[in-house]
Write a protein that binds this ligand. Structure first.
Ligand SMILES: Cc1cc2nc3c(=O)[nH]c(=O)nc-3n(C[C@H](O)[C@H](O)[C@H](O)COP(=O)(O)O)c2cc1C
Ligand code: SF4
Ligand code: SF4
Length: 283
């Protein structure tokens, strides 16, 4: 039976996109068709791709990628999983990038949600990626990741998934393997979320003298949460990625992230999660 791969991801700072591209290149050689859809930018295209999945006659494998934010996948990624159409011959591979503090519960929660949407798991991956809140820090956590070894592991995952899909009955991953956090750490992570992070992260105040209303911040907002009136104004759909702050050519946002950097480093020490990058396949 032929197989088509659909690769969905949200990637404010680009590392999850990079892995989506590695997957797409690897799968392109072994599957009939590979379609890539970045989440958050174009809802109409998302709906078109979802409609295509519903009608596809081929076997379908959906790769869904999210950065880990506050120990979980991004809400818009979980929303996509909930919107996946129910259909026969549906398989999935969740993958996350995480910044060296903890990969949290994201992969387990994505796996559980994919199964609830009727998609059998045929693989999964957690991949270390430079921490996207630490671009100004000396020695950011997970600096240099994803590196060539991470890419190689992701390529091997893609090839193993493609080979598995050639079977009459593809082997399924036991979702228990994604529940890899120690119980005490998992209890802490379960209490973390983006709404709490919203209260903890410093406010982004715009220096009106520096801001020239150029719009670069709005262009780089992955979810269209920023409007220029004529200075930046954030809507409730902001996911706290800090792309606007990072990409402003005038350095117009007044934000001190150094206390957050200390907090993130402390979390990395507390959780001491190993290995940094790991792929999961059915046995
Ligand atoms: C608001 C926010 C929360 C984050 N929370 C975590 C976290 O809980 N654990 C972690 O290891 N990294 C965390 N990160 C770092 C990202 O997961 C990591 O840098 C990821 O690779 C970013 O993906 P992207 O490059 O596709 O945007 C967080 C980043 C942001 C902006
Ligand atoms: S990128 Fe900076 S200077 Fe340009 S509109 Fe945004 S805040 Fe203002
Ligand atoms: S407004 Fe800024 S922090 Fe919020 S989602 Fe957009 S780019 Fe990210």
């Amino acid at each position: 039976m032929k197989s088509t791969a659909y690769i969905f991801y949200c990637s404010p700072a680009g590392t999850t996109r990079h892995l989506g591209e590695v997957l797409a290149r690897s799968l392109d050689r072994s599957l009939e068709r590979v379609e890539v859809c970045e989440l958050g930018r174009n809802r109409v295209r998302e709906e078109e791709v979802l409609a295509e999945i519903a009608e596809a006659v081929d076997r379908v494998v959906v790769f869904v990628g999210s950065p880990v934010y506050s120990s979980h996948a991004l809400p818009l990624v979980m929303d996509l999983i909930a919107r996946l159409p129910r259909r026969p011959e549906a398989y999935a591979v969740p993958f996350v990038t995480w910044g060296g503090a903890t990969s949290g519960l994201a992969l387990a929660e994505m796996g559980e949600a994919l199964i609830a949407s009727g998609y059998g798991l045929v693989g999964a991956a957690k991949v270390a990626a430079v921490h996207s809140l630490m671009w100004e820090a000396e020695e950011p956590l997970a600096a240099g990741h994803p590196d060539s070894e991470d890419d190689r592991m992701v390529r091997e995952l893609a090839l193993a998934v493609a080979a598995n899909l050639l079977r009459a009955q593809p082997r399924l991953l036991d979702s228990c393997v994604l529940d890899y956090q120690p119980a005490a750490a998992a209890a802490v992570m379960a209490r973390q979320n983006l709404d709490l992070a919203r209260q903890t992260l410093p406010p982004r105040k715009v220096d009106e003298d520096r801001c020239c209303s150029c719009g670069v911040c709005a262009e780089n907002c992955p979810v269209g949460a920023l409007s220029l009136e004529p200075r930046p104004v954030f809507s409730a759909s902001c996911i706290l990625c800090f792309n606007c702050v990072r990409t402003c050519p005038e350095d117009a946002f007044e934000v001190d992230l150094s206390p957050i950097h200390s907090y993130i480093r402390q979390r990395a020490r507390d959780f001491n999660e190993q290995p940094l990058t790991r792929t999961f396949l059915p046995v």
